[in-house]
Design a protein around this ligand. Structure first.
Ligand code: KIV
Ligand code: ZN
Length: 513
């Protein structure tokens, strides 16, 4: 069977989503899961954009051995040199060069003529060819460009050495039949197209990213660029899980395969959602909380009799845990470890010790600990960033009489105990003000959401916040059976990220002299 190459750009285009702020450790964590899941190429970042991105791409390139690692570059020498420097240690490094190709972009953004852009593209590929033959070229905004210009450009970049030509629907403008026709024309009009892989990169502004990608596959494209949960610039990119499962479930239509281990999809989706702070909508295909839930009596009756009456995918095929085994305070370490393994987590003894202690603490407060609670404990454990300040204690009073008051005790950077108290308009406001009196880092809270992880009055609450400081957004998450404590943990998490990033930036400045 023919194969479609899965090019994952969660860590590059996905990271461009407004409000995303993954640190190097988190990017590595996601890259490991993508490798485990069997993607063919990880686009790990855009190295010249920041020292942090350069470092993340470099670390991923060095560590990930099971697939190709790619760095993005504009069609200029410095970007290409930077991208190569970052990916060169990968098992199979790739440079991805993009350049605006539509009249609107060329006239208003680049302020260059067709000929100048064409020359830039060839010069860029020729330069990259000094480093590698694994070169991808993307004429940006292809679907709004003059098609004849695209055919000519593709012909010449392939002659110059591009091994993959990617057709981006940058603003999500195309509709499936039109896009399929464009791909067919590329095969008809680009004389040397058999020397390159044709790829597509679709955005979701009209909700058509997956449909357009699948149509392109039907018309001969053999690489699809996509992201976990469909995250990305604006309305996002084609969702990896939807593209992969459509190709798999409807193999009768596609007669093609991907190398994705579909059982890893759910875990990848949870991890990306946890680390980016972008919740997955309940009705999201494949990975949403309701994707395999049946509400109407007729549907439930059908599924009980024969699951395929209303289910086209076995939830286990995408790694959704088969049972929702409930654990409690009497559950032992061994049973806990087994459940973790069934949920796809394998921990070292030290990690297990830490998470088991957190589980026991939760089981004391909460009668039943569900799979989602365990996933939240694991996420809380992963969330650990360098702790400049650690939340040691918090005491809050609130109600409809009196003024909400919070007292907090933190352990500071040198291990010193710091304590203070503050009044606020509510318990969370009082808590944040008390923490601010100790940490003293100016910032603005731009987002605050509370979600209950599970159902019931004793559910664990998960708080997601975003704070902004010097134009940069930092995400913080915290979970606890008490939502004010969860809010305090989320704020400490965001502040510690902010301080880590400042530290890294000042070290970078120091290193540059
Ligand atoms: O959407 C786009 O055009 C891109 C390119 C860099 C491929 O992300
Ligand atoms: Zn894009």
């Amino acid at each position: 069977m023919d194969k479609v190459i899965i090019f994952d750009t969660t860590l590059r285009d996905g990271e461009q989503a407004a409000g995303s702020s993954l640190n190097v450790q988190e990017k590595l964590e996601i890259a490991r899961q993508l490798e485990r899941m069997g993607v063919d190429i990880i686009e790990a970042g855009f190295p010249v954009t920041s020292p942090g991105d350069f470092e993340a791409v470099g670390r991923i390139a060095k560590e990930i051995r099971g697939c190709s690692v790619c760095g993005l570059a504009r069609a200029v020498k410095a970007d290409i040199d930077g991208a190569w420097e970052a990916v060169k240690d990968a098992a199979d490094p790739r440079i991805h060069i993009f350049l605006s190709a539509s009249d609107i972009h060329m006239a208003h953004q680049l302020k260059k003529s067709h000929e100048q852009v064409h020359e830039m593209a060839i010069a860029a590929i020729t330069h990259a060819r000094k480093y590698t033959s694994n070169i991808e070229f993307s004429p940006m905004d292809s679907t709004r460009a003059d098609p004849d210009f695209i055919y000519r450009m593709l012909t010449d970049v392939i002659s110059a050495g591009a091994s993959t030509v990617n057709i981006p629907d940058t603003v999500g403008y195309a509709i499936p039949e039109e896009f399929g026709g464009f791909i067919r024309n590329i095969f008809a009009k680009v004389g040397n197209i058999d020397k390159a892989v044709v790829s597509v990169h679709c955005h979701n502004d009209l909700g058509l990213a997956v449909a357009n990608s699948l149509q392109a596959v039907q018309c001969g494209a053999r690489q699809v660029e996509c992201t976990i949960n469909g995250i990305g610039e604006r309305a996002g990119n084609a969702s990896l899980e939807e593209v992969v499962m459509a190709i798999s479930v409807r193999s009768d239509q596609f007669n093609i395969s991907t190398g994705i281990k579909t059982k890893e999809i759910y875990r990848a989706s949870r991890l990306v959602s946890e680390l980016t702070g972008f919740a997955v909508q309940p009705n999201k295909a494949i990975v949403g909380a309701n994707a395999f839930r049946h509400q109407s009596g007729i549907h439930q009756d059908g599924v009980i009799k024969l699951s395929s009456t209303y289910e086209i995918i076995d939830p286990r095929a995408v790694g959704v845990p088969a049972s929702s085994l409930v654990m409690g305070k009497l559950s032992g370490r061994h049973a806990f470890k087994e459940r973790l393994a069934e949920l796809g987590f394998s921990l070292s003894e030290k990690e297990l010790e830490r998470v088991f202690a957190a589980f026991k603490e939760l089981a004391d407060k909460k009668k039943e600990v569900t799979d989602r609670d365990i996933e939240a404990l694991m996420a809380e454990d992963k969330r650990t960033v360098k702790e400049y300040y650690h939340l040691e204690r918090i005491q809050v009073t609130c109600g409809d009489r009196g003024i909400p008051t919070a007292a907090v005790k933190l352990i500071g950077p040198d291990g010193q105990e710091l304590a203070d108290a503050a009044l606020g308009t509510g318990p969370v406001d009082a808590t944040y003000k008390a923490i601010n009196r100790l940490v003293k880092v100016p910032n603005v809270l731009t987002e605050f959401t509370v979600n209950s992880i599970t159902e019931g009055i004793d559910a664990v609450g998960e708080v997601l916040i975003r704070i902004e400081s010097d134009g940069v957004t930092y995400t913080g998450r915290g979970s606890d059976a008490d939502i004010v404590v969860a809010s305090a943990k989320a704020y400490m998490n965001a502040l510690n990220r902010l301080l880590t990033s400042r530290d890294t930036k000042s070290q970078d400045r120091g290193a540059q002299g």
